[in-house]
Ligand binder design. Structure first.
Ligand SMILES: N[C@@H](CCC(=O)N[C@@H](CS)C(=O)NCC(=O)O)C(=O)O
Length: 200
């Protein structure tokens, strides 16, 4: 399999963290492709020109990080990253995944906006992202499901927090959130996170 990615993408990191957790990272060849440059080898598989994009061994493309994570999980019998059986447990994991994934969305918007010239409308838009990220972090701080096995939701949360540290190291998201800070300090030591640190 080939994974088109960039080193800074939190979405790609989520996929890689899942692959490490599933024990199949060695089956994935990493291909660095800047989606903003619309590289033909990426666009051929994914006309959206977004990373991550996975190309399976039979040439099938799987796009969007959640679909890729589910595909990878399908390859491993008895996996426990994401339950496939419809029901409460799957809904809860996907709910927390979607919240953590939302942190990524807001942080990526903020990063892109921060590279542009400052204008009042833009400052408002960025402040909204910061506020949304803060609300979701507060939600996780008080969640009674913070601790537990590294299922998709927790892997996504850890990748999102890693992206905040990578792009906004002065934000101080740990302040007032001691549970989340302690949880992340432990999560970051796991191979899934330690082996997939972001790079520019
Ligand atoms: N919802 C997608 C988001 C992927 C995404 O937006 N990736 C960024 C890189 S971090 C990208 O490819 N941007 C290029 C573009 O939007 O043109 C996922 O979860 O995989």
């Amino acid at each position: 399999m080939k994974l088109f990615m960039v080193g800074a993408s939190p979405y790609a990191r989520k996929v890689r963290a899942v692959a490490v957790t599933l024990g199949i990272a060695d089956r994935i060849e990493l291909v660095i492709a800047n989606p903003h440059e619309r590289p033909p080898e990426l666009v051929r598989h994914n006309p959206l020109s977004k990373v991550p994009t996975l190309v399976a061994d039979d040439g099938t493309a799987i796009i969007d990080s959640l679909s890729i994570c589910e595909y990878l999980a399908e390859l491993v019998e008895g996996q426990s990253v994401i339950p496939f059986t419809p029901g409460e447990e799957r809904r809860q994991i996907l709910f927390r995944h979607d919240l953590a994934h939302g942190i990524m969305d807001c942080a990526v918007i903020r990063r892109v906006e921060s590279l542009k010239a400052q204008e009042p409308d833009r400052a408002d838009w960025m402040a909204r992202q910061v506020a949304t990220i803060g609300r979701v972090l507060d939600w996780f701080e008080t969640s009674d499901r913070l601790d537990g096995p590294m299922t998709l939701d927790r892997l996504t949360l850890a990748a999102a927090l890693g992206f905040l540290d990578f792009r906004f190291p002065d934000d101080g998201w740990r302040e007032g959130r001691p549970r989340l800070a302690d949880w992340y300090a432990e999560a970051a030591k796991l191979p899934a996170l330690a082996e997939t640190e972001p790079f520019a």
